[in-house]
Design a protein around this ligand. Structure first.
Ligand SMILES: Cc1cc2nc3c(=O)[nH]c(=O)nc-3n(C[C@H](O)[C@H](O)[C@H](O)COP(=O)(O)O)c2cc1C
Length: 207
């Protein structure tokens, strides 16, 4: 069973939102099939986007491949203990500018929104397939963008680690403890406004 039971106020959500959480202990011996990886990418592919602009790029980083080596070499210290054990890691980028020049017009005003949404769809598809996920941004973006040949029209954004739960005994104590951290959220009153900005009129049974 997952070390993270659904939290109060998540209990009424539909699956897989209800059970999603960011796991850090992965089974390093598990690999996804090519078909499973493709299904995850199809989830991102069918996300909505402004004007159907689909401004996303997903780099696929499977352990043992050059892309995985490129990613692992550029992880932050905090992420280097757990990310490499995931079965696959996707690294996202957004098509932000229509030309390479500094003053080139935006490709889409909503590119970052759309890539985030595609990442969310992939994440939820993974949980629906019985997998765990953990999104992260702790890596050297400039160095990884260079290593992946990302053109100036695109902005490297985040990673999404996907895999199966591992044995906490196989990782260091700090990594194992990450899976038992409290998951907390701001109350709705701080960010759901029924009136003008700051005017919380939305009922929050948890407040
Ligand atoms: C854009 C983004 C960047 C994140 N960066 C990191 C990271 O570098 N390292 C990490 O361990 N977790 C990272 N996280 C995971 C968040 O800390 C986590 O989603 C948040 O604490 C909520 O926990 P939950 O996903 O279990 O609900 C990131 C999440 C997002 C969406």
């Amino acid at each position: 069973m997952s070390p993270q039971a659904p939290q109060p106020s998540a209990e009424l959500l539909a699956e897989p939102m209800r059970s999603r959480w960011s796991a850090s202990v992965y089974d390093a011996s598990h690999r996804l099939s090519d078909a499973e990886v493709e299904t995850l990418l199809h989830a991102a592919q069918w996300a909505p986007s402004a004007g159907n602009s689909q401004p996303w790029i997903f780099f696929v980083c499977v352990p043992g491949t050059a892309n995985h080596d490129r990613l692992v070499a550029n992880l932050s210290r905090g992420n280097s203990g757990w990310v490499p054990r995931a079965s696959v890691v996707f690294v996202t980028a957004a098509h932000v500018r229509s030309g390479e020049e500094d003053d080139a017009p935006a490709f889409s005003d909503y590119a970052l929104h759309d890539v985030g949404q595609a990442a969310a769809h992939l994440t939820l598809q993974a949980h629906a397939m019985g997998l765990l996920t953990h999104q992260f941004a702790g890596f050297d973006h400039d160095a990884l963008a260079r290593a992946l040949d990302v053109p100036a029209t695109h902005q490297l954004l985040t990673g999404i680690a996907v895999g199966l739960p591992g044995d906490p005994a196989d990782v260091d104590e700090r990594t194992a403890a990450r899976d038992h951290r409290d998951r907390v959220r701001k109350p709705l009153a701080e960010w759901a406004f029924g009136g003008v900005f700051g005017e919380a009129e939305v009922a929050d049974s948890q407040a």
